[in-house]
Design a protein around this ligand. Structure first.
Ligand code: SF4
Length: 308
């Protein structure tokens, strides 16, 4: 098989650094081959208003995930179990982005692409050469390596990154890694230095910058508080903060809780008073740019509504 990207031969693209030789058919934790697998692409209206706008965000969902949260809402996509994924080389991905641009997308929104980073970075550059003129956003877990983020230098305009856990015990219980927070801080430092402060167009859409999303987790109010303090102190107005309450226990999460493979609180939802308290905390911080979700944002058929 032709080896396009040597990075897959001893893969250290994510902080798991499992060293799998994906070019020889070996699978690492993410379980993915050395070529991008796309599950679905479409216009998506459920992101923050400065991303979805009125015409939608051109979203491309990649299969596989290097973090593997046990409560994942998209676990059939993230573990590659749908059987519907299509292998797409960089040139084919570029064609998808152009199609989404023609459909009116405000931006290209690449969901969980980092275990395919070399191809995906090249796909954005190929699309730019072919006429892509809308911003490209990486929609990522925050558990990322500086090296891998820097592959997108000059290609990605926007980072939509999660900041999921502060406590090492919590990330260990949910993802099997103790070092989520340390890696997320290093990754976020890199993203902020690459994208700069948020810049909006005259239409209110984000042109460049970093949105940090934190999904509150049931029973973990103080983890959220520590994350907000860290974001406010370290990055100030260099980022947009999006505080989310959409956690919905999947059948899989409830089953794992029953088997003691996930803490029992993940079978429930976020306490509304806890969420409101954190919204108040964020509001009172004076941070200039944040999103919070309306009360009814959780549910299986969730479409988020944000207030700004
Ligand atoms: S991207 Fe996948 S194969 Fe590469 S280090 Fe991470 S988990 Fe391992």
């Amino acid at each position: 098989m032709e080896i396009r990207y040597p990075q897959y031969s001893h893969c250290t693209l994510c902080p798991r650094e499992c060293g799998a030789d994906r070019n020889s058919g070996q699978k690492g934790f993410c379980g993915m081959p050395p070529v991008p697998v796309v599950n679905i692409y479409r216009l998506h209206f459920g992101e923050e208003p400065c991303i979805s706008g009125t015409r939608g965000s051109g979203t491309v969902f990649f299969e596989g995930c290097d973090l593997g949260c046990r409560f994942c809402q998209n676990y059939r996509i993230s573990n590659g179990a749908t059987g519907k994924g299509q292998v797409c080389r960089a040139e084919e991905l570029a064609g998808i982005y152009m199609e989404l641009q023609e459909q009116g997308a405000h931006n290209i929104n690449l969901v969980t692409p980092m275990h395919f980073a070399p191809d995906v970075a090249d796909s954005i550059r190929a699309a730019r050469a072919g006429g892509l003129n809308i911003p490209a956003a990486l929609n990522i877990s925050g558990y990322d390596r500086t090296y891998t983020i820097e592959l997108f230098e000059g290609a990605a305009d926007i980072f939509l990154t999660d900041f999921k856990f502060y406590s090492p015990e919590l990330s260990l219980a949910v993802c099997g890694v103790r070092d989520y927070m340390q890696n997320a801080v290093k990754a976020l430092d890199t993203m902020v230095s690459m994208a700069g402060k948020p810049v909006f167009g005259t239409d209110g859409m984000l042109v460049s910058g970093v949105i940090v999303r934190h999904l509150m987790l049931p029973g973990h109010l103080f983890d959220t508080k520590k994350i907000l303090d860290l974001l406010l102190d370290r990055y100030g107005d260099g980022i947009i903060i999006s505080l989310m309450n959409q956690y919905t226990p999947t059948k899989q999460a409830i089953s794992l809780c029953g088997q003691n493979k996930l803490p029992a609180e993940f079978a429930g939802r976020v306490n509304k008073e806890h969420y409101n308290a954190m919204c108040d905390y964020l509001s009172l911080s004076g941070h200039p740019c944040c999103y919070m979700q309306m009360e009814d944002a959780s549910g299986d058929d969730w479409i988020p509504e944000f207030r700004y």
